[in-house]
Design a protein around this ligand. Sequence first.
Ligand code: SF4
Length: 84
Amino acid sequence: MSALRNELRRELRRESALLHIDWTACDGRGLCTELLPELLQRDEWGYPLSLGYGSNVPVPRALMDAAQDAVALCPRQALRMLGR
Ligand code: SF4
């Protein structure tokens, strides 16, 4: 396991927000996975997912700005931040 992945796991324990994915609104083109490759991958149909998590993905502080960019740029408004 890479040092970056270990660092992200430590950060996830201190996370302060969740990124909610509304798959019913998503068009599956994957812009968010390009903006947040550390958190999101594409499934076989192109929809974003985060392995080990459902539709609420913990966001480490180090990726908060990128997560907020993904929310703002999602063309289907399928992403939003949830407070904890
Ligand atoms: S940017 Fe929005 S519409 Fe595009 S794949 Fe991500 S959640 Fe879906």
